[in-house]
Design a protein around this ligand. Structure first.
Ligand SMILES: NC(=O)c1ccc[n+]([C@@H]2O[C@H](COP(=O)([O-])OP(=O)(O)OC[C@H]3O[C@@H](n4cnc5c(N)ncnc54)[C@H](OP(=O)(O)O)[C@@H]3O)[C@@H](O)[C@H]2O)c1
Length: 327
């Protein structure tokens, strides 16, 4: 594998544009191709992001021998199909979150990657910020003692009910869209819960507009999660330990600042700035793994991605929220 990873992007929406911008500050990346369902859209994207190869279908990009890794940036309900298509064409894949609609889909995607010994990762970008690396080091060194509770939220207000984020056919709803961020943080810090209790408000399109989830662990640890797409929440995260607490300032999912509070001394505010728009870090993680011949990231493993999908399945079961493609 060459040092520079040659990227292709599938889908030309909001996040695809952010990722393309992020690649310009990634140390080892070149954006060589983009694919859209329409040539006009691919060209418009290519002009802005300076991409030479523009395809009017996703399969053509997957088959391009000049592409090393594909970033799948389509709505949730297409992640499985798009990812498997790229893996079958021999590409490494970085698939947007949520990785899939449910654990069954995620299992199929992971199976194809593992059978073919190809790299695959969920693009949970929050994990790759320098502040999150620092957070992990602080926890491991016992900075706040044993972490006993975690509180985190991610809710925003979207008014347009016609947006696919409210459409059950696309896997709409706040949990898969943004609830996954605090859930992923919880899995990262605490692991797999053994008890889940939740409450939801299902909106007029039938998907979750806001929800609250409590996750419990064998030794009494608890996480409190809130998310939604019709309610702006503070977007703060707190880790509460036996010796003190860490507050990751809003928006915690794109973090720059944390406060360490210990009873023995004054609060310490730590700034952890970063270069780029933040989307560069997940691309750099893919590049590092590919250079080292790895088929998985140790920071976002496929087993953990699957565990998070299972947790979301359990939560949706409690709400009796089934998507049309699941029946
Ligand atoms: N990591 C993050 O920070 C982050 C942030 C936002 C979103 N996301 C995730 O990224 C994915 C895309 O989100 P987005 O906000 O970028 O969505 P978006 O703006 O609606 O863009 C999605 C793109 O997917 C393609 N697409 C293929 N089939 C489609 C269909 N039937 N309907 C609509 N679009 C279709 C379209 O590209 P073409 O027309 O060019 O084919 C479209 O531009 C979602 O899974 C979302 O959860 C991640």
């Amino acid at each position: 594998m060459a040092k520079i990873i040659r990227w292709g992007i599938i889908g030309t929406g909001l996040i695809a544009k952010e990722f393309a911008a992020g690649l310009t500050s990634a140390s080892d990346a070149e954006l060589v191709a983009v694919a859209s369902r329409s040539k006009k859209t691919a060209d418009a994207f290519g002009d802005v992001a300076h991409v030479k190869k523009r395809y009017d279908n996703y399969e053509a990009l997957a088959q391009d021998p000049d592409v090393d890794a594909v970033y799948v940036a389509t709505p949730h309900s297409f992640h499985k199909e798009n990812t498997i298509m790229c893996l079958r064409a021999g590409k490494a894949v970085l698939c947007e979150k949520p990785f899939a609609i449910n654990a069954q889909e995620a299992t199929e995607m992971i199976q194809v990657a593992r059978e073919r010994h190809l790299f695959l990762m969920e693009a949970m970008w929050s994990r790759f910020f320098p502040l999150m690396t620092k957070l992990r080091e602080m926890i491991a060194s016992g900075a706040i003692g044993e972490v006993r509770m975690l509180m985190a939220d991610f809710g925003y207000r979207l008014d347009d009910l016609k947006n696919w984020v409210f459409n059950p056919n696309y896997g709409g709803g706040g949990l898969l869209d943004v609830g996954i961020y605090p859930l992923s943080l919880t899995h990262w810090i605490f692991g797999i819960p053994n008890r889940i209790v939740s409450m939801v408000d299902l909106g007029e399109t039938g998907v979750d507009e806001q929800s609250a989830v409590l996750l419990g662990y064998e030794d009494g640890r608890i996480a409190l999660i809130a998310s939604g797409t019709r309610t702006e929440t503070p977007q703060e995260a707190y880790l509460l330990g036996t010796k003190g607490r860490i507050h990751i300032h809003s928006p915690w999912w794109r973090p720059k600042t944390l406060t360490l509070s210990l009873s023995s001394r004054a609060d310490e505010v730590m700034q952890v700035p970063y270069q780029g728009n933040g989307y560069n870090f997940k691309a750099e993680e893919v590049a590092r793994c590919l250079r080292e011949g790895k088929t998985e990231s140790q920071t976002m493993t496929l087993d953990e991605t699957l565990a998070i999908m299972k947790t979301m399945d359990t939560i949706r079961d409690q709400w009796k929220l089934k998507y049309p493609m699941e029946s």
